[in-house]
Design a protein around this ligand. Structure first.
Ligand SMILES: [Zn+2]
Length: 320
C-alpha cells in the first residue's frame, strides 16, 4: 500500500527556511520554479524559470521527526538514544558513525530510523570505506514551492534594528527576507516498508502502532507548524487551503500536484484509468475544484486533519 498527499498552503510573511546570512542580511532559501504563460485559448506559449521562496524537504522532515519522537515517547514506541537527544546533539544523526549496528536492529530499536531511513559509514585509514549500510526513507517529503498558477510568491527584505547598549546613536540595522506565497507540497508514504525488516523476512511487532504514529506526526507537523525556524518573530500566517490524497495498491499512484485548477477532477480521471486499486480523498476551502461533487469517486472532507484521519483509518483497516 502506498499513500500520496498533495497540499496547498497559504503562508504570509514566513521565514521558515533561511539560507546564508551575508553581513547584516539574512536570505530566505529560494528555488527555481516554472512559470507558464498561456494565450487566450489556454495554449502554452512560454515556460519561464524564476527563483521563488521555498522550504526544503529536509527542513520539513526535521519537523516530522521531532513530532515522531514526541508521539513515540507517549506511545511507548522505541526511539534510540541519539534520536531521543536530537535537540541536544543538534540534529538527527541516526547513529551515522556506527555501521556495526545492523539494519534490522536499527529498525527494531528506533521508529525514527525505521520510517525516515538512515545511512551509516565508517572511514578506515587511507579513506577506504569500512562498510556502509543504508535504508531509503519510507516517508518522503517534497520541497514546499509556490504554486506559480496562483501567484509567483515573493521574498521581501524586512528592516530590523539591533539596539546598541553602549551607543544608542549607533543602532545596527539588519534585514531578514520574508516569503509570502501559495505553496504546494507533496508527501509520499510507502506503507509496505514501515516496520519491515531489510535483511530478514517479516515485520516489527508494533508495526500498526508505528503506521498510526506516522499519520499522527504528519497532522502535528502541519497543524502545529513544527517545521521551520525564526518562529519568535516570524511565526507565519499559515493556512491549509486544500489537498488531495490517494491510497493505492499494489502499484504506487502519485497525485498530480494541487495547482490552481480542478486538481480533484484531474486526479479522479487519472485514478479511474490507472492500474490497480486507488482510493481518493480531498478537501478544498477555495472552491476551485469539484471536491464534494464527484459522487463517490473522491471522498470529500472539510480540512487537513480530517483528510489525514480518513487516509489513516483506511490504511489501518487494510492492515492485518
Ligand atoms: Zn535512532
Amino acid at each position: 500500500m502506498y499513500v500520496s498527499f498533495g497540499f496547498r498552503f497559504r503562508a504570509e510573511v514566513e521565514a521558515l527556511n533561511m539560507a546564508e546570512a551575508v553581513g547584516n542580511y539574512t536570505r530566505h532559501r529560494t528555488a527555481p520554479v516554472m512559470v507558464i504563460e498561456r494565450d487566450q485559448d489556454g495554449r502554452v506559449i512560454a515556460y519561464k524559470v524564476t527563483m521563488a521562496p521555498a522550504v526544503s524537504g529536509q527542513s520539513i522532515a526535521f519537523g516530522f521527526m521531532s513530532a515522531l519522537v514526541k508521539l513515540a515517547n507517549q506511545r511507548n514506541l522505541p526511539v534510540c538514544d541519539e534520536c531521543q537527544n536530537y535537540s541536544k546533539l543538534g540534529g538527527f544523526f541516526k547513529r551515522a558513525d556506527r555501521p556495526e549496528i545492523g539494519r534490522d536492529e536499527r529498525i527494531r530499536t528506533c521508529v525514527v530510523e525505521d520510517v525516515t531511513g538512515f545511512m551509516a559509514t565508517k572511514e578506515r585509514g587511507g579513506g577506504e570505506k569500512g562498510g556502509m549500510i543504508r535504508r531509503t526513507s519510507p516517508v518522503m517529503f517534497s520541497y514546499m514551492v509556490p504554486d506559480s498558477y496562483s501567484a509567483r510568491g515573493v521574498v521581501m527584505p524586512q528592516l530590523h534594528v539591533r539596539y546598541n547598549l553602549q551607543n544608542p546613536q549607533q543602532q545596527v540595522p539588519y534585514q531578514v527576507e520574508a516569503g509570502t506565497a501559495i505553496y504546494i507540497h507533496g508527501v509520499a508514504i510507502d506503507v509496505e516498508r514501515i516496520g519491515r525488516f531489510e535483511d530478514s523476512d517479516g515485520y516489527v511487532g508494533d508495526r500498526k502502532a508505528r503506521i498510526e504514529a506516522v499519520f499522527d506526526a504528519l497532522k502535528a507537523l502541519y497543524g502545529g507548524l513544527l517545521f521551520g525556524a525564526k518562529k519568535a518573530r516570524y511565526t507565519p500566517i499559515f493556512e491549509a487551503l486544500g489537498g488531495i490524497a490517494a491510497i493505492s495498491h499494489p502499484i504506487p499512484f502519485t497525485v498530480s500536484p494541487p495547482r490552481m485548477r480542478d486538481y480533484v477532477e484531474e486526479n479522479a480521471k487519472r485514478a479511474a484509468a490507472y492500474i490497480g486499486e486507488v482510493s481518493l480523498f480531498c478537501f478544498d476551502k477555495e472552491g476551485i475544484t469539484s471536491c464534494g461533487k464527484t459522487g463517490d469517486k473522491v471522498k470529500a472532507v472539510s480540512n487537513l486533519e480530517e483528510l489525514i484521519n480518513s487516509v489513516k483509518d483506511l490504511v489501518l483497516n487494510k492492515i492485518k
